[in-house]
Structure formats: structure tokens, C-alpha cells
Design a protein around this ligand. Sequence first.
Ligand SMILES: *Cc1c(COP(=O)(O)O)cnc(C)c1O
Length: 386
Amino acid sequence: MQFINLRAQQQKIKPEIDAAIARVLEHGQYIMGPEIGLVEQQLANFCGVKHAITCASGTDALVMALLSKKLDSADAIFVPTYTFAATAEAVVWSGAQPVFIDCLPDTYNMDPNSLSAAIKLAKKRGLNPVGIIPVDLFGQPVDYNNIGQIAKDNDLWIIADSAQSFGATYYGKKVGNLADITTTSFFPAKPLGCYGDGGAIFTNDDQTAEILKSIRIHGHGPDPTQYVRVGINGRFDTIQAAILIEKLKVFPEELEARQQLANTYSHGLQHIVNVPTVDTGNSSAWAQYTIKLPEGVERSRVIQDLKQAGVPSAIYYPWALHQQPVYKKYLTATGGSLPVSEGLIRQVFSLPMSGYVTQHEAKQVVSAVTKALECQQEMLASVEII
Ligand SMILES: *Cc1c(COP(=O)(O)O)cnc(C)c1O
């Protein structure tokens, strides 16, 4: 069993992928070839948003979105601490300062109360709050109504880091259409991945779209030989676009299969561990199916038992960002520890997830987790008796 079964997907669509790559080799426009415009149109249609701008990675998508804002070194941008490094890294690249926010104990997404506290504290410390980068962790959209209201009240913009949630919905609206600017990633392990690095930015604003396209190619102006801003080389490869076009065709059925798998896991495990909570109004793209073990259960032993039973797993994330050596110096919502995230990182881990986990494999996972837990509960019980 694989943690993410990319091979099964490749086998399913191999002739189409081969033909798509062959077409690019034939026309030879490896940079900004016709597949770029085509996939951008399809991505925009998929999420019901006006503009999709592809780029070289989910990290570049964040960097480009931030470069489209005029930022200062005293500007504070609020990011969750329980996320992948890129979210905070992009802020530091942009020249502003990340301020770390704690997460909710049920969905693990950004906690609105922690956010409000952080905005107050940042002002008190002489920082200038300008924006929020919520992350749709593990594939579930954050509460955009709630976070959006806080943004409005404090005159902040929102860049949604939806690297893990492409394909998810919030009250019927698709990710890509839930914030001023949305970024995503096509890293192979994400819900919609290509066969290399890739990403995209979504917006309904024409002017923002023009600026992002300019930033993507070194900041060129309407005359491509003139540079009107400092940009980057943030282009998506034509070959990756050609691959993504084929993968997008099977993506809806893969999302369905991910949901089925999550249902099977939750049904089998809900009485013994904390299974993921999906809020009313939300659907998840299930980037990860992450469970939380009860207090006292030793995670490393459970993971070891699973490994012996042939079930791979992974820890997302072993550290919260405000604990990382390079990010320790930045402000947090409390000015110190962020207890919910600090607790979670010790008790969570993720189970195999893709659109290609068989029913048999899913049952194997459920029974392996159940056995590993029973094993530890017996040990704990015997310790108590002594
Ligand atoms: C994967 C990820 C990114 C970065 O995407 P890359 O394509 O790997 O650069 C950013 N934010 C989050 C939350 C991610 O999970």
C-alpha cells in the first residue's frame, strides 16, 4: 500500500498523458505554449472565477500574490502556525512580518478569536496589520464568512492559501472564488497535482490579474521589453500544463473517491480516535485524512504498529511554525505559546489518501489502526492495575 498512490492514476490515463506530452514535443513551445492559456481557462471555469494565472509552484503563487501588494517591513500579515512552511516563508520574502495564529481544536483551521487577539497585539507592538493568509488545512476551507468579517472590520485583505483544498467547496462556492486572491499548488501529492512543480492564482479582479501576469514574467509592462515592476520567473511549464489538462478530466471522480474513502475511515474509526470534522456548509478535497490520538496514547508506537501491518502514514506537521528555528523570532497571537497547535502536533498523523485506495486497503487501514489502539489500551490498563 502506498501513502499516496500516484501510479494507479498514471496507469489509468497513461495513453492520454503520453499523447499530451507528445503534442508539446511536436509544437516545441515549452515556455508559455498554447496549453498554458487552455488550462488557465479550464481552471477558471472549474472554480467559477474570472481569472486563473498559472505559475511555477504553490510557493511562487503566494510570493507573487504578496508581490502584488505594496508591503513594508512593519506590515503584519496573519498566518496560521499549524501549516506548511511556505505560508510564512512567502511573507518573509515579501518583506513583511508573519504573525502566527492558533487553530481551532476541531477543524484545525485558523481560530478567529486567536486572529482577533493577534490583530490587537500586533498594533500594540507597533506593527501595521495589512492582511490575512488563511490556510484551508488538509483540504477543508476555513470559515471565510467569519474570517472575512474580521478582515472587513480591520481593513485587511485576504490571500487564501488553498494549496491543499483545490476542488473543495464552501456553501456551494468553489475554492478559488472565496477570497480576493486564492493561491493553490499542483505539487504531485496535492489533490490536483501535475508531474512536477506547479501552482496557480485565482482572482475576479481584472487589474490584479494583469499585475500577477506581469510579476510572473519579471515585471514586464504592456511593452514586453519594458519592466514596470520587480517580478520573478514564475512561469508554469507547458508540459506540466498539458499533463494537468488530462488530470483535470478525472479530477471530479477522484474527489468523489476521496470522499468515499474518508467516509469509510470515519465510519470505522470515529469511536476510537478524533476523526476529521467537516463543518456544515463545507466539503473537503481531503489533501490529508488526519486523525488525532487520545491523550496518553503513544503516537510513535501506533505508527510503528501500522508500518508492521503494511500501512504507511505521515505526520503533518511535527512542529508548529512558531516553534521552528527560523520563525521563532516573530510575534504570535498570545505573544508566546499557541497551545492548541502545540498540543495537536504531538497527537496527530495522517492515513493513506488518494482516489485510488481500494475498499480492501481501506479496511486494512481501519483494522490496523483499531488493533494498534487496542494494544496500547491493554497496556495502559495493565499499568493502572499495578
Ligand atoms: C504545498 C503547500 C504550499 C506550497 O506549494 P508548493 O507547490 O510545494 O510550493 C503552500 N502552502 C500550503 C498550505 C501547502 O500545503
